[in-house]
Design a protein around this ligand. Sequence first.
Ligand SMILES: [Fe+2]
Ligand SMILES: [Fe+2]
Length: 256
Amino acid sequence: MNTGHWIRHFTRNTPLNDSLRLPPAPVTLPDEIRLPLAASLAVFQLGESGGGTRLRRYAREVAPLVNFRGYQRAVDLFIAEEQSHSRLLERVVLHLGGSLIEKQWTNSVFRRLRGLVNLEFAIQVLLTAELVAEIYYGALYLRVSDPVVRVMARKILQDETRHLEFQREFLSERLATFSPAGRWLWRLQFEAVHAVTAAVVAWDHRHCLKALGVGLPEFFERTRKAWAVFQRRLDSRIRVLRECGGVAQVLSPTNP
Ligand SMILES: [Fe+2]
Ligand SMILES: [Fe+2]
């Protein structure tokens, strides 16, 4: 894994979120949109605010592998970037006249799920949320007229697209070491977990999606397509890794 590339990327990109200038425009959105949108963004704000304790702990487990040298540092920077999203979202929630929240049931469920099995599963739960978030921020960018919301949605969308690449690079190198049956099973549960995540998020944010004119079946279908694209790219990267012998490297620990 090219961790150096990711360390450089996060180091350069994350500060841009705190210094991002939001247009000094007053909110002109009608309350039917403003209120559910602010409530929905407050949930995302809370979700991005986590300290990544479990993720950091898991990342230590792969640190001895040659291919993941620097991964711990990259994960630290990745978590810092998610926290910068939280700060950016906080500015937007306040701009919309909304209130920040400290606890919310879907957030608690996702945090608990991430701690269940291992690093691959923790990354995968995070990834399913990021795949759904990609569709959510895309809808915001296209359908909300407020310039502050659009600037934020565009920036977070750009960042999340890179996060998907970051997770894909990690997972492809891990999954390349699995047997074909193991990969098949992994894919099956990934698709199932993603579908459940998409349904939960769609339900949880239904008032906001409705206010934006996005039907739940449409939202669900878009998230399914995003999953299929991600999985196709993941498969082709795994194929390349296995063909060019990257697996041997993945299996070589620096400290046997
Ligand atoms: Fe994020
Ligand atoms: Fe992310």
